[in-house]
Design a protein around this ligand. Sequence first.
Ligand code: FE2
Length: 295
Amino acid sequence: MADTRMQNAAPSVPRPRRPAPLSAPDETRPPPHRPLRLIQITDSHLFAHAEGRLLGLNTRCTFEAVLSLALEGTTPADALVMTGDLVQDETGEGYAYLARMLEATGLPCFCIPGNHDRRDLMEQWLGAAAMGPIADNRIDGWHLIFLDSTLPGEDGGRLTARQVHHLDALLERDPSRHCLVFLHQQPVPIGSAWMDTMGVANGAQLLAVCNRHPHVKSVICGHIHQEFAQAHGHYQILGTPSTCFQFRPDSPNFALDERTPGYRDLWLHADGRLTTRVVRLPQYPQPPSFDATGY
Ligand SMILES: [Fe+2]
């Protein structure tokens, strides 16, 4: 299904090879008859072992529950975006498991790294679905741009001058396509002091570029393990719940929230409108250690 709508997308079957080069635009296809539906899934924190747990949660179990929730229902998805912290223990076995799960969706998949990822293992096991340091893809009238905002050994992130310049150039080159920008760390403070020490250090540079391009519709991150939405001129900055535990919004210190794991639906309309919602599991398969003070 999705392959009939997606042009120049990463293949739906992740293979251990180098990422594909930047795609070329396709101007020949007719407009879609319905909005494109992207699924954003983030911060799965998977392990090599099927019983691997983080703060009491079996993260494969919660990931599979959220993925199933995202794929069920009557509206088919057109692509899946994963915005980092894919594999907590940074093992090949963890990425191999993820590759199998992504393959089973049959969807084009785009994965960017988080601070708990290994780029080399992502490229080895996810192949062309591993996006970065900056990569893009065009889908109907929309342009998806993926940024690797991570810094080796750091929880916070930063974009290089080359990435910022390349982003500006990509946006300048294709002003007729509505655009979404994906990265792991949040580019703005979210009101949670401990999390705000580990955002994108030069997020203001990213936003300054986006401010200059009215076809940017949203900047979308993972990392914060909570729902977030902030209007910023002509675009929205969005954050999304993790598929495992959730961080308590507005907390000055590390604290878990009792809200359940979830994902984000993104509907990309032909006229440039973006509609979105967060969908959560009705309950935890098993509860995390809510009194944890870190992980
Ligand atoms: Fe995370």
